[in-house]
Design a binder for this molecule. Structure first.
Ligand SMILES: [Zn+2]
Length: 334
């Protein structure tokens, strides 16, 4: 949003006029929640916030000889789109699979489409079950493996199962891991806050999720994930999208085949395209704090729209259509 007066002008020209002229045309009908909000206030409060204007993607569970075709196809997609990707490597199960090692090696230093390597535990342990000393040891073993294979030392730690405690933070410090990326559900209230010299960058969107007591992966369509990204931008000024290779493999329940689910990869492609068309940068997880230097003015009513969405008063389809309309009209300016 450029400023308040231009926003008022724009909305007069577009949303309200459209409503009057079309007299509740079908596409305007979808904007009813916004129109109600706009019509109910004579001044539209807005506020300035800090934003990175960026999105990071995090591919978890990267490991040897296990659905490596889906793992590789996700990495290749980001490469083709000139977009960066952060991958969480399980140290104890990594280093022998040339298909993965070679591709990653070639793209670690690719400025255009960087693969950033994160530490994702030694054997995907729940770190909260271990003492601080044990946690330090598990992390350092994976760091050493990554260093041996790629000659670099990671700075991002992705806790397996999203679980961590104070000892994890202290163990990270001992290993010079500076960025913790869990999920927002497991890391509430600490977004981009520095805690004992570790910065929390939790994931706030995902392309799929385990459901039915963790017995099945459910896809989130690209429109749903895009909404969550926009919600992350609105609430925190950044978005991190969590991706698992399992979601992109053909499978039967939790039995995975080493074959790519092409329709799902297509969904990911649509999502990346949509982000790039919106003008958001796709960056590695660790770069988000450095990009948090833009001041954007955002209208208060957009918060209300997302609250309605959270409360189930607006469907995915409706809010997606609203967001696209507002982006198109530059009522949301990225
Ligand atoms: Zn994992």
């Amino acid at each position: 949003m450029a400023n308040l007066s231009s926003f008022v002008e724009l909305q007069k020209e577009s949303v309200v006029n459209k409503m009057i002229i079309n007299n509740i045309a079908p596409n305007v009908k979808k904007l009813i929640p916004i129109i109600i909000l706009l019509a109910s206030v004579s001044v539209f409060p807005s506020y300035a916030m800090t934003s990175c204007q960026c999105v990071a993607f995090r591919l978890d569970d990267v490991q040897n000889y296990w659905i490596d075709n889906p793992q590789l196809s996700i990495m290749k997609l980001f490469h083709e789109k000139h977009a960066s990707l952060t991958i969480g490597i399980i140290g104890g199960s990594f280093g022998d699979d040339p298909k993965l090692v070679n591709f990653i090696k070639n793209n670690i230093h690719n400025k255009d489409a960087e693969i950033e390597i994160a530490n994702h535990g030694w054997l995907h342990e729940n770190f909260t079950h271990f003492s601080k000393q044990e946690q330090i040891h598990l992390m350092s073993k994976t760091d050493a493996k990554i260093n041996k294979v790629f000659g670099i030392t990671p700075v991002v730690f992705i806790p397996p199962y999203e679980k961590f405690n104070d000892d994890t933070i202290n163990a990270m410090r001992e290993n010079h891991l500076r960025f913790l990326s869990s999920n927002m559900d497991d890391d509430s209230g600490t977004y981009l806050v520095e805690n004992n010299r570790v910065v929390h960058i939790p994931g706030n969107a995902q392309t799929g999720t385990l459901a039915n007591h963790d017995t099945v992966w459910l896809h989130k369509g690209h429109t749903h994930t895009f909404i969550k990204i926009m919600q992350g931008m609105q609430n925190y000024g950044y978005a991190t999208v969590v991706v698992h290779p399992q979601e992109y493999s053909l499978r039967n329940g939790l039995e995975y085949y080493n074959e790519v689910d092409k329709s799902q990869i297509k969904e990911l492609e649509y999502l990346v395209d949509e982000i790039q068309k919106s003008g958001l940068k796709i960056v590695p997880v660790s770069k988000i704090p450095a990009f948090m230097n833009e001041t954007v003015t955002t209208p208060q009513w957009l918060d209300n729209i997302f609250t309605y969405y959270e409360e189930g008063k607006i469907t995915d389809k409706e809010i997606y259509s609203d967001i696209k309309y507002l982006l198109g009209k530059k009522l949301i300016q990225l």
